[in-house]
Design a protein around this ligand. Structure first.
Ligand SMILES: CC(C)(COP(=O)(O)OP(=O)(O)OC[C@H]1O[C@@H](n2cnc3c(N)ncnc32)[C@H](O)[C@@H]1OP(=O)(O)O)[C@@H](O)C(=O)NCCC(=O)NCCS
Length: 325
């Protein structure tokens, strides 16, 4: 059975196939709601699958975007929506799709790929390993002790309608995804995400995106604004019962320090499973790593070491939760 592109004519059936495979029990949101950019019709070129007699039997998607990193702009591909029909599992179909996608991305010059899973063994054979770091902030103490700025209001936000304002705040993060124009409304308009904002004079000055369909329950998956506004906002969404934790990607260590000073606890975890597809490209950006470690993602991106400390690599990349695929 051949690996084939999805194409416009196969698109709806492909997304329905992924939904059935990833949400066999049904759920309040569908996969295309929670992953609207990677599974959007604009990303058909990033979707591949294998067809059987009665339709799709295996599929996989990838979304490539430029990330601003400490070594400058770097292309990163996120891999997701990895599904094989239950009748065809254990036959190597997903391995074939993963390999084909990784080869295609490497040929296109994409240096890094990332994915998220609780089953790393499915991807380890293609070089994916835990690397990088991010912080998971415990919002409980902020909810009970926070004080709200007297000159600011607190209100719900319609993410799709306010996408341009939210994107402008998000773009102040030094390490981020360079989202394309259509990405903003799709990401901030996800039906499973609840957004709250701190406003002054009618202007959104900080926001917090709570949840991401069933993908990020209880988490503030993205926030932006000045720390003096974001911290009370995180406390407020926690007090409202919208989230118990917040994602703090690498590069926001000063913000983390302020949150900890305000009483919040945190854990540090790898930022994803990463594969180095084009070490030559990374080397051109930030110099060589130790010989023999060119394909070791921890050499480039750093890692969380056993004591919960981080060991930096050659560059830092931050992936916010709304961009997880
Ligand atoms: C995960 C899934 C896509 C695997 O598809 P598959 O076609 O059966 O996978 P393959 O036979 O190609 O195996 C892929 C790799 O995963 C490993 N693997 C597959 N199922 C496994 C399992 N249940 N436990 C441990 N390893 C497993 C295989 O050994 C293989 O490793 P290798 O290529 O390095 O030798 C399939 O089980 C599925 O659709 N599950 C439901 C959706 C899902 O959970 N997707 C993953 C989201 S992160």
């Amino acid at each position: 059975m051949e690996i084939c592109p999805v194409g416009e004519e196969g698109y709806e059936e492909f997304v329905a196939f992924l939904d059935a495979g990833m949400r066999p029990e049904g759920a309040s949101t569908q996969v295309a709601d929670d992953f609207p950019v990677i599974l959007g019709a604009d990303n058909l070129a990033g979707m591949i699958g294998i067809r059987g007699d009665a339709g799709w039997i295996a599929g996989l998607a990838a979304l490539t975007r430029t990330f601003t990193t400490t070594a400058g702009p770097v292309e990163v591909a996120g891999l997701g929506s990895v599904v094989t029909h239950p009748d065809h599992r254990g036959q190597g179909l997903s391995s074939r799709l993963q390999r084909a996608m990784v080869e295609r991305l490497a040929a296109a010059g994409t240096p890094l790929a990332v994915l998220w899973t609780d089953q790393p063994e499915i991807y380890a054979g293609r070089g994916f390993q835990a690397a990088g770091w991010e912080f998971h902030l415990d919002l409980g103490p902020l909810a009970s002790h926070g004080s709200w700025p007297p000159d600011a209001g607190y209100r719900p936000v319609d993410g799709a309608a306010a996408a341009a304002d939210l994107a402008a705040l998000y773009d102040r993060h030094p390490l981020r995804t360079r989202r394309l124009a259509g990405d903003h409304a799709a990401l901030y308009g996800m039906p499973g995400t609840t957004i709250r904002a701190l406003v002054r004079d009618g202007r959104i000055e900080a926001f917090a995106c709570c949840g991401k369909g069933i993908d990020f329950p209880g988490y503030v998956a993205e926030w932006a604004g000045a720390a003096m506004d974001v911290l009370p906002l995180l406390g407020r969404v926690a007090a409202e019962g919208l989230a118990t934790r917040a994602l703090v990607p690498a590069g926001n260590e000063r913000f983390l320090e302020r949150a900890v000073a305000a009483g919040a606890g945190f854990a540090v975890v790898p930022s994803g499973l990463w594969a180095v597809l084009r070490p030559d490209r990374l080397q051109a950006l930030c110099g060589p790593v130790d010989p023999g470690r060119e394909r070791d993602a921890t050499a480039w991106l750093g890692e969380v070491v056993a004591e919960g400390e981080v060991r930096p690599g050659r560059l830092q990349v931050a992936v916010w939760g709304l961009d997880s695929v």
